[in-house]
Ligand binder design. Structure first.
Ligand SMILES: [Zn+2]
Length: 314
């Protein structure tokens, strides 16, 4: 890893630890609407307060503006909460909105799960908010409708109730010592679902816990080209994260460079993640001061338009 990549990793780690909510946040079947803002035009207000209050997409043509961690989307589509082979979880978060290409991809992927993984289907976690943008809790990314979380728990063979979707916990895949997966819960089905996602041409990166990456490296048979897209990242013990490239024609979308073509499976590739200081970081003596939230002025200018646009028809 070169110095720049390493520094980026450190910065990202700080961002993740500052903003990552527990993967197992529960919701409520009767979420309280957010109270109106006293001063919505205050330039210091967090953009997340503004985006979280938009319950529907902007009535605008589809546009992806900015980067995965600093941007927004117009024309997001809602992932239906039930399909033949998927169910959406944590409906109270209203984060099942994404770019139409992402929604199509998730549907396609779910349809492969019964045959390829022997799962009845997939459980879909957060995609994005109706207009993307920063969120009040959870990830720093997921701002463009081009990121989606899939639970590492198969969809049950029955329809989950609203309550189940808020309360049910995903299964922890990582062994308590964090050096490998828990072989009692991580199955060939998990590998198949992650592989299907990684083999989608539009998918650029997949984030998993480092122990899961290690297991995939060990267990993948046949074509292993897809492993290069699967990257270790913090906070992916219970779900994996799919990121697609900027869709064609999205000139305002700032993508990322393609990941290196190597499998990322060598001891050297994985060493960083299994260092004791990374597995068990010493907590800072004083809790870090929370950083001021990103303001609307810090987002690309087009996001102001997206925010101000009237609601699309439900
Ligand atoms: Zn995610």
């Amino acid at each position: 890893m070169n110095l720049r990549a390493f520094l980026l990793l450190l910065v990202s780690a700080a961002v993740v630890s500052a903003t990552a909510a527990p993967a197992q946040d529960k919701g409520s079947v009767d979420p309280k609407p957010l109270p109106p803002l006293a001063n919505p035009n205050d330039p210091k207000i967090g953009a997340r307060e503004l985006f979280a209050r938009k319950l529907l997409p902007a009535a605008m043509p589809t546009r992806v503006i900015g980067s995965y961690v600093r941007g927004c989307i117009a024309g997001a589509e809602r992932m239906p909460i039930n399909g033949d082979s998927w169910q959406v979880m944590r409906l109270s978060r209203n984060r099942n909105w994404g770019h139409p290409d992402m929604i199509a991809l998730l549907k396609r992927l779910s349809a492969k799960a019964p045959k390829d993984a022997g799962w009845p289907g997939i459980l879909v976690g957060d995609i994005g908010q109706p207009r993307g943008g920063p969120a009040l809790s959870g990830h720093a990314s997921h701002q463009l409708g081009l990121d989606a979380d899939i639970w590492l728990t198969p969809m049950p063979d029955h329809m989950l109730s609203r309550g189940d979707r808020e309360e049910m916990s995903a299964v922890m895949m990582v062994r308590p010592d964090r050096l490998d997966i828990d072989p009692h819960v991580f199955t060939p089905g998990h590998l198949a679902v992650i592989r299907d996602a990684a083999q989608e041409p539009a998918v650029q990166r997949i984030f998993v816990n480092a122990a899961i990456k290690k297991a995939l490296c060990r267990e993948a048979k046949g074509d292993r080209g897809w492993l290069s897209k699967v990257r270790p990242w913090w906070g992916h013990d219970y779900h994996f994260h799919i990121r697609i490239k900027c869709p064609a024609g999205s000139s305002e979308c700032e993508g990322q460079p393609e990941p290196a073509a190597s499998e990322g499976c060598s001891a050297g590739d994985l060493a960083y993640w299994f260092k004791d200081s990374v597995l068990h970081p010493t907590p800072p003596k004083e809790p870090p001061k929370p950083r001021p939230p990103m303001t609307l002025a810090q987002l690309p200018a087009g996001c102001r338009q997206v925010l101000a646009a009237p609601d699309a028809k439900p």
